[in-house]
Design a protein around this ligand. Sequence first.
Ligand SMILES: [Zn+2]
Ligand SMILES: [Zn+2]
Length: 332
Amino acid sequence: MLGIHFLGNGNISLDEMPTPKPSGTNVVVKIKAAGICGTDKHPLMEHGQATVPGHENAGVVVAVDKPNRVKVGDRVAVNCHITCHACRYCLEGNLFFCDSLEVTGYEWDGGFAEYLLVPEANLHPLPDDLTFDTGALMVDVLGTAYSGVKKAKILPGDQVAVWGAGPIGLEAALTAKTLGARVAVLDMAPYRLEMARKLAPELVLDAGDPKLAEQVMDWTNGYGLDIAYECVGSEKAALQALPLLKRMGTLGLIGVGHTLTVDYWDLIQRQIKLYASRNFNTFEYAEMVALIQRGMDVNQVVTHHFQLKDAEAAFALFKTGECGKIVFTENE
Ligand SMILES: [Zn+2]
Ligand SMILES: [Zn+2]
């Protein structure tokens, strides 16, 4: 089969490699959709990676050995977290906290290949009326956004703003809108602002506009936001959002950042809630399916499809940033 490797310094190779064989409860999935993720940028641009990358995958089970649950022909979305399934965190559905965590596309070969070997426990059933793209979105970008938005205990009518109109920010905005909130989206890149407008939130704002605070305060009748969702992973964005929250407002950190220095006194005075969110809980998969089946159009964030054989072109586009989610499909 064909599979991609990251060589480092922005280079990739498309290699002929052995097709995996099923063994025990590890099954083989034929990849139908595999999303390129922002986190792929580091191994791609820096040090390369020995395993096949790709952790946002959906496809069809094509070979099994001794499965308990799945069968050949099942449509599935692949949870990338390979875990013990016995510890407290696994039983709670928060697989990414498991001490024996290994990840498809990092420790294990991932989905930028024609086939994927994966424990059957990692497979979520993908209903027939959901596309493979949707499956790949649910297990990472949508899952992260959905779980992050939900944790703020969002209510219909809440005025919320999402910092960052990349795939996660856009899914967060869409989720908040679907849950009944009034939504503003902020970014600085023209391409991303244009993408945000297509989701038709109430407001699309340029985060670099010197009148930003005024615009947000006008929109909220001078009170400020109920909730701000930071989906950039930038301290600057988080610190821009905090003063725009209303008293008792909430800041959710969904983007992956590193440091954040906050004004403790201000948090106390205004009784601000601050939380961080990571990935999604496995029990939330069914919730996402339900929202999508009721019309939430999550595939809007996908802007480009490439066949695996055109991987060079896909990553060239990815490096420009002039794209939403890029998804690999099978070779025809
Ligand atoms: Zn990802
Ligand atoms: Zn565990």
